[in-house]
Every structure is written in C-alpha cells, then in structure tokens.
Ligand binder design. Structure first.
Ligand SMILES: Cc1cc2nc3c(=O)[nH]c(=O)nc-3n(C[C@H](O)[C@H](O)[C@H](O)COP(=O)(O)O)c2cc1C
Length: 394
C-alpha cells in the first residue's frame, strides 16, 4: 500500500512492527478515553471556508524561539524510536531537518543526543526529571555541548500511567521462558523489522540514560526503570535548578490547565506544550485541543504556546493555530511513518502534512500561518472561525 494519510502509515506500521512495539506506539492509558478525545475533538471542529480571495502568496513559515520553521510543525519526543526503525531518532532528525522543522529527542531515545547531533542539525532535547540529579546535570550538559537549541521539560510524567495494551502484549510485566518464546516469535514473524532493526539497528539501549540504568539500559527494562527513577517530588522551583545548567530556552511540556500555564510563565519558561502526553498518562483528562484556547488566552502573550495530541493532518494543524497555538507537534504520526519506511516515509508524511495545510489555508483565506490565530485577523482577511459544540473559546 502506498500511504496517503497518517492512518495509512498506522496500518503499514501495524504490519511491519512486532506487536509489542506497535501496541506501545498506538496505545494510550487505561480505557484510552483521552486518546480518543484528542482525535475526536479535532475532528469535531469545522473550518470556515472562504472563497474568491487571491491566495497566490502563501507563507507557511513561523518564527519561534530564535528559529524559523518552514511550517508550524515539529516532531514530538517519542521514546524507544530506534526500535521502530533502524537508528530511528537519526532518521527522524534527518527528515525533520530536510523539511525545515524541529525534531525533539526523547530522554529515553535509543540514540544519544551526540549521535543525533552528528546529522548536522542538533535536536531539541526533551528531559524527564530523574531522581539522580547528578546524572540529570550531566545529561543537560551533554545536550548543551551537542548544540541542542531548546530544552523541552516534560512535566506530566512524575509516574507512568498504566497502559493496558503493554501488559496484554507482554511488553511490561511478563518474564520467564514462555514470554521469551512469545517475544522471539513476535520478532521472527516480522522479518523486515528483524533485518532492519534487530540485526542492523544496534545497540538497542536507551542511549542517553544507559549510564544511569543498571544492566546497560536495555529497552525491555525501560518501563520498570521509569517507575523507579522518575521524580514525583518535582515542583516549579526545580526549573531554577535546571536553569543553573541550561541557559537556553525552556519549553514546559504537558500542561492542560491555565493556572499551570501561568505558573510556567512565572517559573520563567519560554514556551509550553498544551499536551496530555498523547492520552498516555492520566486517562479521562480533556483533549489537548479543548484545553488550548483558554491557555492561549491566559499566557499567549507571555510565552510560545504549542500543542500536541491527536494531530493527524495539516487540517488539524490549522485548527490548532486558529485556536491559539504557534505550532503543533506530531507524535504517533511520525512514529508510524518511521516504522513504515524510515526517513523517506517520514519525509513523505511531512510533505503530506504540508500540502494539506496549504490546501486548508487557501480554502480558509489564510495567507500566513503567523496570522492564523484569530486575534490577528483583519476583517478583510477574515480567516477562520471555529465552530464546534465541544471546543469553545470560553
Ligand atoms: C510511543 C510514544 C512514546 C512517547 N515518548 C515520549 C517521551 O519519551 N517523552 C515525552 O515527553 N513524550 C513522549 N510521548 C508523547 C509525545 O511527545 C506527544 O506528546 C504525543 O505523542 C502527542 O500525541 P499524538 O501521538 O496523538 O500526536 C510519547 C508518545 C508516544 C506515542
């Protein structure tokens, strides 16, 4: 199948990946209510079609945190990506750089920040708060030395949410001979993945945190290690501590509440990502897109507001911009594309998002991605009006 949309990449990923990795990417926490909401609430928003405007000049670029993005999109941090495609983080970073958008490397990526930086474009670096502050300091220093321009500090995972699919698939909580045989069969029945990742994508460790993990940072130990080592005592005051080592821009990721957003401003963040971790943490919380307008209204003038969660097309990107986001991050969309066919497929997926965004901008009379937020509309351009029962500006 030649993929035309993100849902096609999902299907290709399902065919190509061992079940444990597909379920790990695709799943959410508990009953997956928030995961579904993220997508459904975006779908429920209507774009306002406008016609007969001269749309020959279209500017999709946005400037943010000292960078110009060719379109208002970035690749969100996705842990374990090197298990979905050979040296997956490096492939994603190359595709993102070629498309002129940022790639954010997860703390629990398979590739180290140094390996990704060798592509020539250092990644944004995502940090989880670990109990071992000495190791954290080292990690921050490494990201800085590798040239990472932005630190993304994820605040919605002081403890991992339960993901039932990972239990059912055997990714977590299973050990012994029967589990080993099942996992071996899962791999062997996906020969394309075996060749690409298992045989040629080594080492299979969590590059950046391998030094902090006993047993060399094997990916199979990952979830239990997180549960033991992520720090739930973390508060906004810890941002001061981070700043002692990191003097660049800090983006706080995982905010859904306007009061938390104000606190992020007070703590000195330069950006925030309205996010529920793709529905993988506290199930039942609201969708990112429904939380966005009030947060943009509360702090949009003080820092950069981004969003992620459920973005599956360029149309979704425009909806988020119209509701106050400066840019959107894609999570599963790029993980599926990586699994489907590496850098080339991520590049194709990004090209698809770009052309979908262009069509949406032209047919809503939005000539510039910078003006898509309705606060900037002039009556003449009159770009977008979001009509939805579930997502309101109030
Ligand atoms: C497989 C997977 C792994 C993820 N790993 C991380 C991570 O290591 N750090 C992080 O901050 N967010 C992580 N996230 C959350 C994403 O950065 C992002 O918030 C989410 O995927 C957005 O939702 P979407 O997948 O619907 O686009 C992960 C998401 C997925 C799907």
């Amino acid at each position: 199948m030649r993929a035309a949309s993100v849902s096609d990449y999902r299907e290709l990923a399902r065919r190509r990946l061992p079940n444990i990795f597909f379920e790990y990417i695709d799943g959410g926490s508990y009953a997956e209510t928030t995961l579904r909401r993220n997508v459904a609430d975006l779908e429920a928003i209507a774009l306002r079609q406008r016609v007969m405007r001269d749309m020959t000049k279209l500017d999709m670029s946005v400037a943010t945190l000292g960078q110009t993005l060719s379109m208002p999109v970035g690749l969100a941090p996705v842990g374990l990506s090197g298990m979905f495609g050979r040296r997956g983080e490096v492939q994603a970073a190359k595709a993102a750089a070629a498309a002129g958008v940022p790639f954010c490397l997860s703390t629990v990526g398979v590739c180290t920040v140094e390996e990704v930086a060798r592509t020539g474009v250092p990644p944004w670096f995502q940090l989880y708060m670990l109990k071992d502050r000495g190791y954290m300091r080292e990690l921050l220093a490494r990201a800085k030395a590798a040239g990472s321009p932005v630190l993304v500090f994820t605040v919605d995972l002081p403890i991992p949410g339960a993901r039932y699919r990972d239990t059912r698939s055997g990714f977590t909580g299973s050990s012994g001979l029967a589990a080993a045989v099942r996992q071996a069969w899962d791999g062997l029945s996906h020969p394309g993945w075996m060749w690409d990742v298992w045989a040629n994508g080594r080492p299979h460790s969590l590059g950046s945190v391998a030094g902090a993990m006993q047993g060399g940072g094997r990916v199979t130990d990952y979830l239990s290690w997180i549960a033991r080592n992520f720090d739930r005592s973390v508060t906004w005051a810890d941002l001061d501590w981070v700043r002692e080592t990191w003097d660049g821009p800090i983006v706080v990721k995982g905010v859904l509440d306007p009061q938390d957003a104000r606190d992020a401003v007070k703590a000195g963040a330069q950006g925030l990502v309205v996010s529920n971790h793709g529905g993988r943490q506290l199930d039942g919380v609201r969708s990112s897109i429904s939380a966005l307008p009030r947060i943009a209204e509360a702090v949009g003038g003080d820092l950069e507001v981004y969003m992620d969660g459920g973005v599956r097309s360029g149309l979704d990107v425009l909806k988020a911009l119209a509701l106050g986001a400066k840019a959107c991050f894609l999570g599963r969309a790029w993980a599926y594309a990586l699994a489907a066919g590496g850098e080339a497929q991520i590049a194709r997926m990004l090209a698809t998002i770009r052309s979908e965004l262009a069509v949406a901008m032209i047919l809503t009379g939005c000539a510039s991605a910078r003006d898509a937020g309705s606060a900037n509309h002039t009556a003449q351009l009159s770009v977008l009006l979001i009509a939805s029962r579930r997502v309101s500006r109030g």
